[in-house]
Design a protein around this ligand. Sequence first.
Ligand code: NAD
Length: 499
Amino acid sequence: MQELSHFIDGKLVKGQSGRFADVFNPATGEVQAKVPLASNDEMAAAIASASQAQVAWGATNPQKRGRVMMNMVNLLNRDMDKLAEALSREHGKTIPDAKGDVQRGLEVFEFCIGAPHLLKGEFTESAGPGIDMYSMRQPLGVVSGITPFNFPAMVPMWKMAPALASGNAFILKPSERAPSVPLMLAELMKEAGLPDGVLQVMNGDKEAVDAILDNETIQAIGFVGSTPIAQYIYSRGCANGKRVQCFGGAKNHMIIMPDADLDQAADALIGAGYGAAGERCMAISVAVPVGDETADRLIEKLVPRIEKLKVGPYTAGDDIDYGPVVTGAAKANIERLVQAGVDQGAKLVVDGRGFKMQGYENGFFVGPHLFDHVTTDMDIYTTEIFGPVLSTVRAQTYEEALALAMDHEYGNGTAIFTRDGDTARDFASRINIGMVGINVPIPVPLAYHTFGGWKKSGFGDLNQHGPDAFRFYTRTKTVTSRWPSGLKEGGEFHFKAME
Ligand code: NAD
């Protein structure tokens, strides 16, 4: 059995706590590795060492730091296949999906090559006689990221790239369910030229997270995961005086207007609802057709498409639509919620229950499900299922559809499918959700914009990646300076001397 490590001071280091978690191969259901769970003492030592390493890294000029980011982009491209394979083996997603996971992280490194520009301050000449004023962005010191299982490459990179490019040392606590790729990323960062100790990858569970929350050296925490844990980390981290941003769960609605291209909408729902087995925070889990005729026609188009979906292990080829879910516990939770949907009266139009993958009977595969006539009081509507289950809630008017999405407690992403510009514009303007797609089902902003949900999908002031990430991982210092010579002639000395 493979025993995974932490990555401390530039090398892989075995865990000392004696505590481990199982890492599964979701396709076979077998335990393929054990990941160490760091103790409070191991966390404290890694954080202290990062703090020492940060001093020189923070003083390194931003262009040099940017070059490390550039090297990392090249290494990620070089190792794309290797990373994708390792990722699929632990997570279960298809190889094209795994490459997308790496690619979306790589793009944030690309953005961070521009660190010198992004960290530039502001300057006011002659704010008073002989007085200049300037502000600069400085790293915070040691900062951290706590990340989820569903994007084991992308989310850690969203956090580490801007934090490191800004001159911080970074403690990554990845998901214990998919820990291999984050360790590979750390080794690549070393190869890219990052000094030892500046990036520490500490595997662990609640004990490691609490060590981050309570450690006085940690200045900022960027968290991505489920909403209950996001709320816990946000409140305890803030109470300890840290800068905290937490991104939580989702229930993303897609509104389908009667004038929409229904083939396009159905295709979009297949990719957004069932891709990656629904284990995406930007997955569409609720379809809201407006009018019964739209709903009937949409269901008619969805059913044959769903029945054609190819479920299988990532090794079966690139034409697989989605793989297993991450663990047996995740599968059991999805099955429980599907049963609740049936018991509470929703119509199960496509029934994926009892799905077995031939040759992989112990794998965590879940068949695709489609519900119709879902109502807002049902568990399948109120809860994030995080599986291949699409719920249809019928609305009679645009206003009713809009209100549904607005009233839901989550506010990560949403989409509207329509041919009408007025409706699309009204939707984008009024909706209380962070990321909006117009005829685009998964509107994930690119690296140079920012990513973040509203309501119970996001806690804290700033978004992830883009310019916000540099604001989050730096603090502004403003200097006012006066030089006596500038005072000699009411501040005109400098200009006279120039003539
Ligand atoms: P999770 O909340 O179970 O775990 C996230 C992190 O928190 C992991 O590193 C885990 O070790 C740690 N953690 C778990 N339980 C903890 C506890 N009791 N105390 C302290 N730390 C704890 O989330 P997950 O299942 O890994 O990821 C799926 C969730 O993440 C979904 O809800 C999904 O919507 C969400 N997500 C959100 C975004 C976003 O940007 N909004 C992106 C990706 C995933």
